[in-house]
Design a protein around this ligand. Structure first.
Ligand SMILES: Nc1ncnc2c1ncn2[C@@H]1O[C@H](COP(=O)(O)OP(=O)(O)OP(=O)(O)O)[C@@H](O)[C@H]1O
Ligand SMILES: [Mg+2]
Length: 413
């Protein structure tokens, strides 16, 4: 084995590190998986450096132990409610190689992307990704790759993702303090799309919903490119909180009861199913119908999904999205979530997103809560494969989603 690639997902509930190794014949295998409970973040943003550094080290060490190699660099996921997405467009005149040759080249593509990203953003925010949606060459719309086409006017439609400079800086600091270099970063939802959405679904138009602990990430993909990005400040922690408050039990007990018996679709519950709630402060345990647990969880999950539906409605109402609603993240493990989402989004095209089998010794990562970290590893692998090809600058725009930390860091710190 050679060439280790490392993905690190610093989530609100858990930190996950995954080591992939690329064999000499170019095959990726997952050789190390490590996780640790996260207690230094709130809603996807670092609020306690020391706790986060400790948890990152713990997760990375566990992954190193499994794979038997030491790692020094990684790609991190960026999330949190500071993330924002917007659509923009830019236009340039095609320069060509001579007066009569108006063939679009890499240079024109660079210029038009630069023009499209020249939007005013506040000083405390930074562009994380600029992803081309499509190009317009003269009057020809919907062009995916304008290279070598003849034209005089090139227009690009792009999706721009921005985030708070300090939030990203704090995350990078934590990783550096845990003795790892950050080579690149990627928005959580873009990484999740990479691991759980098929190319066909991206083209047909699909919605990714990653229900985490502190945040729910949403990404609408249409015609193969992101159209809307949103991070909502709600997740599984609220669901646990509701159980804890309504039933008068500790958050830890509520979390265990949610994981063991939780459900968010009442028709799935049999009439005689029961749950034991442990007593608090000397109170004896009580037995309650499982339906009561569902009656607490379902409205909160419905609220989260309805918030998403309303958030994306302005852009999706005029679109024909014929792909799927894909649910992933730890919150997608609650039984009944597919049925509930089908009702909220009024479609049967709903499925759970689970990362594909990538070989290796462990199958632990084949769960929705690994979607982000496996997406990071897959993106690095993709980049690795491209580097082996005869790379041209324009290829960077075909796979533009990797954010580069170098250079970018220079600009800001
Ligand atoms: N089997 C399960 N049933 C119900 N909920 C679950 C299950 N497993 C995990 N969860 C919930 O999923 C949430 C954690 O999901 P995940 O690990 O994707 O979050 P995270 O990535 O750490 O957080 P974030 O993305 O918000 O920063 C927790 O609220 C947890 O209770
Ligand atoms: Mg997450």
């Amino acid at each position: 084995m050679s060439d280790a690639i490392v993905g690190l997902d610093i989530g609100t509930s858990r930190i996950r590190a995954v080591i992939g190794e690329i064999s000499e014949n170019g095959v990726l295998q997952i050789t190390g998986v490590g996780t640790s409970p996260s207690n230094g973040l709130r809603k996807g943003v670092v609020v306690n450096i020391e706790n986060t550094v400790r948890a990152v080290s713990q997760a990375v060490e566990a992954a190193e132990m499994m794979s038997g190699i030491e790692v020094s660099r990684c790609m991190i996921g960026i999330g949190g409610t500071h993330i924002d997405g917007l659509n923009s467009r830019g236009v340039v005149a095609v320069t060509g190689k001579g007066r009569d040759n108006r063939e679009i080249g890499n240079n024109d593509i660079h210029r038009v992307i630069d023009a499209a990203k020249a939007v005013v953003i506040p000083m405390d925010r930074q562009v994380l990704h600029v992803i081309p949606q499509s190009y317009i060459v003269d009057e020809q719309r919907g062009v995916k790759d304008p290279r070598n086409m003849i034209g005089v006017r090139l227009e690009a439609e792009v999706h721009i993702i921005t985030g708070s400079v300090t939030s990203v800086q704090n995350m990078v600091n934590c990783v550096n303090r845990a003795s790892l270099e950050v080579d690149a970063y990627m928005l959580h939802s873009l990484a999740s799309v990479q691991s759980v959405m098929t190319e066909e679904e991206k083209e047909l138009g699909s919605i990714l919903i990653d229900i985490g602990g502190g945040t729910t990430d949403v990404l609408v993909m249409a015609d193969g490119a992101p159209l809307l990005t949103a991070v909502l400040p709600v997740g599984g922690i609220q669901v646990t909180g509701d159980l804890s408050i309504v039933k008068g039990i500790s958050v830890e007990t509520a979390e265990r009861i949610k994981l063991d018996t939780g459900c968010c679709w009442m028709p799935l519950i049999e009439e005689n199913e029961e749950v034991i709630l442990p007593g608090v402060g000397g109170r004896p345990p009580v037995v309650i119908p499982r339906l009561e647990i569902c009656e607490i969880i379902q409205p909160r999950m419905e609220e989260i999904l309805t918030m998403i539906r309303d958030k994306i409605a302005p852009v999706t109402k005029n679109l024909q999205l014929s792909g799927n609603v894909i649910l992933t993240g730890g919150g997608a493990l609650i039984p009944g979530v597919v049925e509930l989402a089908a009702e909220v989004f009024n479609t049967q095209a709903v499925r759970i997103g689970i990362p594909a089998n990538l070989g290796g010794l462990t199958g632990e990562y084949r769960s929705p809560d690994y979607a982000t970290v496996i997406g990071l590893v897959l993106s690095l692998w993709e980049q690795h494969k491209n580097e082996f090809k005869d790379g041209t600058p324009a290829e960077k725009f075909e796979k533009p989603v990797l954010g580069r930390i170098k250079g970018w860091l220079k600009e800001f710190f």
